[in-house]
Design a protein around this ligand. Structure first.
Ligand code: KG4
Ligand code: ZN
Length: 472
């Protein structure tokens, strides 16, 4: 069985050696679609080799389901055990999750010290930091789950979007594990994972739903029609909200060791949110896009005009200085979130027109761990009788659970690659997608303020999945 598997053409793997040309992409996804899921419920213990190659490759139709219906047998879910690996930005994370959503382990090694020192992510240093800890992080995840690699069913790994140097570390590790232990591998979209982890937490959460994904690098409003099928209602034209929180924290001289957002949130509790008059971004643009660069500049100017010295740590500031910093933190947070609220209201209205059955707004990504953000957005959804779903804070910030869970969701519908070879050649080119839109843009929501060039150049996850489905 293994030999027939290894004899498969290299195009079978999305993570395999691929030419840089985007022409190649449909082939890799086409290849994916050939790997249909075999769903005989009597399979126990879980063994992908039985699933993929039950007896022969001669008549695939006899063995592989063409249905995209999720496999939902209880024993299947319990037997499925997936390792998730995440290294797209500054956290090295791994987790092991069962098909039924049980989290067996979760490990995150953060680069907070580097972040505090440089005030942002430096790709080369982040890559080194990932490389130093990746083996240990994965080993810890296995140890905490009391499992060995042999007991895994598959490995899921983020292939984008993110920093390619960093993504590469995770993908290399995933391929080493999958190759050595003959495990299928699942390529994961980082932002899809932020959205889908909400389905692990809230079992009632069905497609379609609306999602606001807010992190250090992304500000996305997406309508999730189905797994792998998203419409982008809005995105940022410049900076994401997390970046604005981080810079505000840095300029206010706050402790960045837990990233800037939590520090601003904490200080904001002491401040008067009405005291500094920042203007809400993009009021004149009646769309769902975001902009935080202007607000950042307003904060910088306010800090300069109050003679706040970021080199003086908050703990050493006079009480007047401290309250002045707190006022800026609170005022910034209020306006940053007002911008989210305004965009979300419009997005709910658009989403209800496109998919009238939506019942939930998912808010996820690092900034969704902010309690003020959650409270304000809860009020927005109540107006429309929708329900807000926010994963717990440790599943909002980057983590391995969301990658493992997204791997599980994709694995169930047959979207995975067979095991890679045990060793990749030195000149191996990985299928990394540093810029990778989640879905196509909603035509009515296009903003003149937003440059669409970047989004068009890179095929979205949705377009790749749709192309693959059409070829089935
Ligand atoms: O999703 P995430 O962990 O990584 C990215 O994919 O970017 O998000 C990190 C971002 C950082 O900008 C961090 O400052 C922000 O999430 N963040 C917060 C809070 N916790 C994390 N922002 C505001 N309030 C928080 N409590
Ligand atoms: Zn993230």
């Amino acid at each position: 069985m293994v030999s027939s598997l290894l004899a498969l053409p290299s195009t079978f793997s999305r993570l395999n050696l691929v030419q840089k040309s985007s022409i190649f992409i449909p082939f890799t996804f086409k290849a994916l679609s050939l790997l249909k899921f075999h769903k005989q419920p009597r399979l126990r213990p879980f063994n992908y080799r039985l699933l993929h190659f039950p007896s022969s490759l001669n008549s695939p139709e006899a063995h592989f389901s063409t249905s995209r219906r999720p496999v939902s047998s209880k024993s299947f879910d319990v037997d499925l055990v997936v390792l998730g690996i995440e290294t797209s930005c500054d956290d090295t994370a791994a987790a092991i999750v069962r098909g039924n959503g049980e989290i067996l382990s979760q490990v995150v090694s953060s680069q907070a010290d580097l972040l505090a020192r440089y005030g942002g992510v430096a790709p080369k240093m982040a890559e080194e930091a990932h490389s130093q800890v990746i083996d240990q992080v994965v080993q810890d995840a296995l140890d905490k789950a009391s499992l060995t690699e042999r007991e895994l069913s598959a490995v899921a790994v983020t292939i984008g979007p993110g920093l390619s140097l960093c993504l590469r570390v995770g993908v290399q590790k995933a391929r080493r594990v999958a190759g050595s232990f003959n495990l299928p591998i699942i390529s994961v979209h980082h932002m899809e994972a932020h959205a889908l982890v909400a389905r692990l937490i809230e079992k009632e959460l069905q497609f379609p739903f609306l999602a606001l994904l807010i992190s250090g690098g992304h500000n996305l409003l997406v309508l999730a029609h189905d797994l792998g099928h998203y419409t982008q209602l809005g995105t940022t034209i410049d900076d994401a909200i997390g970046e604005a929180f981080d810079k505000t924290a840095k300029w206010l001289g706050l402790d960045m060791r837990k990233s800037g957002g939590p520090a601003v949130e904490q200080l904001a509790q002491e401040g008067d949110a009405e005291s500094v008059r920042f203007s809400i971004p993009m009021k004149q643009h009646k769309d769902c896009n975001f902009s935080y660069a202007g607000l950042k500049t307003q904060v910088k100017l306010a800090i300069a005009s109050r003679n706040i010295d970021a080199k003086v740590p908050l703990s050493c500031a006079s009480s007047l200085d401290r309250s002045s910093r707190a006022d800026i933190a609170a005022s910034f947070q209020r306006v940053a979130v007002l911008h989210l609220e305004e965009r979300c209201e419009r997005a709910v209205e658009w989403a209800l027109k496109i998919e009238p059955s939506i019942k939930h707004l998912v808010v996820s990504g690092g900034v969704a761990s902010n309690q003020y953000v959650r409270a304000r957005l809860d009020q927005v959804v109540q107006k429309y009788s929708l329900q807000l779903v926010c994963p717990p804070p440790n599943l909002c910030t980057d983590n391995g659970v969301m990658i493992a869970w997204t791997g599980i969701e994709n694995f169930r519908v047959g979207r995975y690659d067979p095991p890679p070879p045990a060793n990749d050649p030195d000149d191996f080119m990985y299928d990394l997608r540093p810029r990778w839109p989640l879905g196509e843009e909603y035509a009515e929501g296009r903003s003149e303020a937003r440059s669409l060039r970047r989004a068009r150049v890179h095929p979205s996850l949705t377009s790749l999945v749709q192309a693959s489905l059409q070829q089935q």
